[in-house]
Design a protein around this ligand. Structure first.
Ligand SMILES: *Cc1c(COP(=O)(O)O)cnc(C)c1O
Length: 364
C-alpha cells in the first residue's frame, strides 16, 4: 500500500541523529525554553533571512498571536483566500476579527488582483497563505498593502524555505508564521511553531506573550498565554532543518516525474506561478471526477488526501459568518476537485511509477 504521506521513511534517513539528540536532551534536565530553543531560533531566523525568530507551540498560535500583537480585533477585517486551511481563519476569528475571503487563482493561491475589490475602511490586514508549497504573488500583495496601509501576515506553514523572486517566504510581511506539525516541510515530532519578523519590539512582545506575559519570572506585564516551545522539539528541529533543502529538492524530483509522466485528459496538473519555486508540500491535481478517482486509486492500494473538502465559509464552525453555498464558487469547485497525490521523502521510484500508471489508466 502506498500512503499519502509516510513520515517513517523520512525519520529512517537520519534516525541515529534524532535518537542521540533526544537522549542528550532527556539527560540535560532542562525541558522547556532552554538552550536548544535559543539555538533553534537563531538558526531558523538565519535560514529564513529574518532578524528574529520566536519559537511557539503551534502554527495556529503563531497566527492568532500575530493578529493579537498587531492589535487586530473585533470590528476589524482581515483578507484571506477562500480556499485557506481552517486554521488560517481561526487565527483571525480567535481575536474577534472578521475574515474577508478572496478567491484563489489558477495557482490555487489568493488572486492578488481581486484584493482591492474587498478593501473597506475596516480592513486592517492581509493574511497571505502560501498554500501547497508555493508562494502567493507577494509583489502584488505588498503593493496593495502599502497603498491601503495594511499589515501583512504570511502563513508559511506549507512553504518552508520557498521563495518569491528569490526572496524567502515569511520575510515580506510584518510577521511570517510557521507550523512544524510533523507533516510539514520541516516537521517536528509533535506540535511546534514559530514566527519570524524584522521588528525587534514585536519579537520581544512575542517572547513575553508566549510565557504568560512575563519577561522576568512572576512579573507579568500583560495577559499572555502558554505557547512555549520545548527543548525536545527545538533540538530535533535543529537537525531536521539541516536537511530541509535536500528534502525540498527530493520532492521537486518526484513532482517533476509526476508532471512529466501523468497524462490523462481527465486530470489537470498543478501549475507553478512564474517567480515562485514550489517545494511541493502537496502535489495537488484537479479532476472533475475526483471522488471516483480517489476510490479508483484506493482500490489499487494508493491513498490520497483532500486539501480541503470543505472551504472555511461553508464549515459548520463558521455558520456565524452567514455565508452560503455559491458565495465563493472557485473555492467550492476546488473543494470538489482537488486531490493530493502521495508525496513524501523517501518515496521510491517504483512507488511513484505505480501512482502514475494507476492515474493514467483511470477512465480508459
Ligand atoms: C498546518 C497549518 C496551520 C496550522 O498549524 P498547526 O501547527 O497545526 O497549528 C496553519 N496554516 C496552514 C496553511 C497549515 O497548513
Amino acid at each position: 500500500m502506498i500512503m499519502a504521506n509516510n513520515l517513517k521513511r523520512q525519520y529512517d534517513l537520519h534516525a541515529d541523529e534524532y535518537e542521540k539528540k533526544v537522549l542528550d536532551i532527556l539527560r540535560s534536565g532542562w525541558y522547556v525554553l532552554g538552550p536548544e530553543v535559543d539555538s533553534f531560533e537563531k538558526e531558523w531566523a538565519d535560514y529564513i533571512g529574518s532578524d528574529y525568530c520566536v519559537g511557539l507551540a503551534s502554527g495556529l498560535d503563531a497566527l492568532w498571536i500575530s493578529f493579537r500583537l498587531l492589535d487586530i480585533k473585533k470590528g476589524d477585517e482581515v483578507i484571506v483566500c477562500s480556499n485557506a486551511y481552517i486554521a488560517c481563519v481561526m487565527g483571525i476569528t480567535i481575536n474577534g476579527a472578521t475574515p474577508v475571503f478572496v478567491e484563489p487563482d489558477k495557482y490555487d493561491n489568493m488572486d492578488a488582483d481581486k484584493i482591492e475589490e474587498v478593501v473597506t475602511e475596516k480592513t486592517k490586514a492581509i493574511l497571505a497563505v502560501h498554500l501547497y508549497g508555493q508562494t502567493c504573488d507577494m509583489t502584488k500583495i505588498m503593493s496593495v498593502a502599502k497603498k491601503y496601509n495594511l499589515r501583512v501576515v504570511e502563513d508559511c506553514a506549507q512553504s518552508h524555505g520557498n521563495h518569491w523572486n528569490g526572496q524567502t517566504a515569511g520575510t515580506f510581511g510584518d510577521v511570517g508564521c510557521f507550523s512544524f506539525y510533523p507533516s510539514k516541510g520541516c516537521g517536528a515530532f509533535g506540535d511546534a511553531g514559530c514566527i519570524v519578523t524584522n521588528d525587534p519590539e514585536l519579537a520581544r512582545k512575542f517572547k513575553v506573550f508566549r510565557n504568560y506575559g512575563s519577561e522576568k519570572r512572576y512579573y507579568n506585564q500583560m495577559v499572555g498565554c502558554n505557547s512555549r516551545l520545548d527543548e525536545l522539539q527545538a533540538g530535533l528541529l535543529r537537525i531536521k532543518m539541516r536537511y530541509l533543502d535536500n528534502f525540498n529538492k527530493e520532492r521537486c524530483k518526484i513532482a517533476e516525474k509526476y508532471r512529466n509522466e501523468i497524462v490523462n485528459p481527465l486530470i489537470q496538473l498543478p501549475k507553478v506561478r512564474p517567480g515562485a519555486d514550489s517545494s511541493w508540500h502537496q502535489f495537488v491535481i484537479h479532476c472533475s471526477k475526483r471522488d471516483e478517482l480517489k476510490t479508483y486509486l484506493e482500490e489499487r492500494g494508493i491513498c490520497t488526501l483532500i486539501h480541503y473538502p470543505i472551504p472555511p465559509h461553508l464549515a459548520e464552525a463558521y455558520r456565524c459568518l452567514g455565508k452560503k453555498k455559491g458565495d465563493f464558487p472557485i473555492a467550492e469547485k476546488n473543494a470538489a476537485e482537488v486531490l493530493s497525490l502521495p508525496m513524501y521523502n523517501g518515496m521510491t521510484e517504483e512507488e511513484q511509477t505505480m501512482v502514475i500508471e494507476a492515474i493514467n489508466s483511470f477512465g480508459r
